[in-house]
Design a protein around this ligand. Structure first.
Ligand code: SF4
Length: 296
């Protein structure tokens, strides 16, 4: 293949590092019907190892003409964090990330994460911390791109506001967000159509109207001027007018009667607590990670 330049761009894919059965019992009895292997807390029977994945990456790297082997997405960070041996984590950061790694915390609200079968957001935070520590250790300027989803079953407007506040505190502004769509054969789709969590039998809130989906989606990109009116509408509906204003914790500035952003008064402008959103040197980043160095 003359066009092959020696770069294998993605040995990832869904659950890239969680490649085999979860435990010995699964080999004979199949997967448990009433609980998940990794969430809300890891099952005590789960077996965690990355040795086979490391071997696969080594074999690929040793093929004639291969210079680099990258993993772009699909790492189950919760599975990775369970591994007492951090060899794979170090190898991942040192050798297999091409600038940025996409991972999927998907939300931060415990209500929503429970419905998604995802662990508490603290697990993602632990992963993020170690990822950037290793980047620093190996002198790599690399980023994390978190996938986020709006309007998953279990997500009320309050949960979407919670996610917007989390993003604001993290200083992260997603370029893309995904709105939940039911797909065949998933637990989430069962919740969407029945309003019941099939694992617990409990009722689940399902945002399904166009109007509510629009509000939840806009909150995830609260910093975009085109979403300002919708974000204000969502915050008012959620009873969170405290997040509309000029303070540093506010998500959005108020609008005047003509639909334009209101300007802060001189007194507000001189306050160091003013919301940086809208300024040239906004504190909001588009990737989760350290700022890029300025090149002269
Ligand atoms: S939930 Fe536990 S016992 Fe059941 S398949 Fe997963 S790891 Fe095995």
């Amino acid at each position: 293949m003359p066009e092959f330049k020696g770069y294998i761009h993605d040995v990832g894919g869904p659950t890239a590092n969680f490649r085999y059965g979860s435990c010995d019992k699964q080999k004979t009895d199949g997967i448990c019907a009433r609980r998940k292997c990794l969430a809300p807390t890891p099952c005590k029977n789960i077996k965690v190892s990355h040795s086979e994945y490391i071997q696969l990456l080594d074999e690929l790297k040793s093929l004639p003409g291969v210079k680099k082997v990258f993993i772009r997405s699909g790492i189950r960070f919760d599975y990775l964090m369970l591994d007492d041996d951090d060899t794979f984590f170090r190898r991942l950061v040192k050798d297999h990330v091409s600038g940025q790694l996409k991972v999927a915390p998907e939300h931060c609200s415990s209500n929503v994460l429970r419905c998604m079968g995802k662990p508490d957001i603290s697990v993602y935070e632990g992963f993020k911390k170690k990822y950037f520590e290793l980047c620093k250790k190996y002198g790599k300027e690399q980023y994390l791109v978190p996938y986020l989803m709006s309007s998953h079953p279990g997500s009320a407007l309050d949960d979407a506001v919670q996610l917007a506040v989390y993003l604001k505190k993290s200083g992260y502004a997603p370029e893309q967000v995904q709105d939940f769509y039911p797909t065949p054969g998933t637990v989430s789709t069962t919740m969407f159509y029945t309003g019941i969590d099939p694992l617990s039998g409990k009722k689940v809130y399902v945002p399904s109207t166009y109007e509510e989906k629009k509000l939840q989606r806009a909150l995830l990109q609260y910093n975009r001027p085109e979403h300002r009116a919708t974000v204000i509408q969502a915050l008012k509906k959620a009873g969170r007018e405290d997040l509309i204003g000029f303070g540093k914790d506010c998500l959005v500035r108020p609008m005047n009667t003509k639909g334009y952003e209101k300007k802060p008064s001189d007194k507000q402008r001189s306050s160091d607590k003013i919301n940086g959103y809208g300024r040239k040197n906004s504190s909001v980043k588009k990737t989760a990670g350290p700022r890029k160095k300025k090149h002269k």
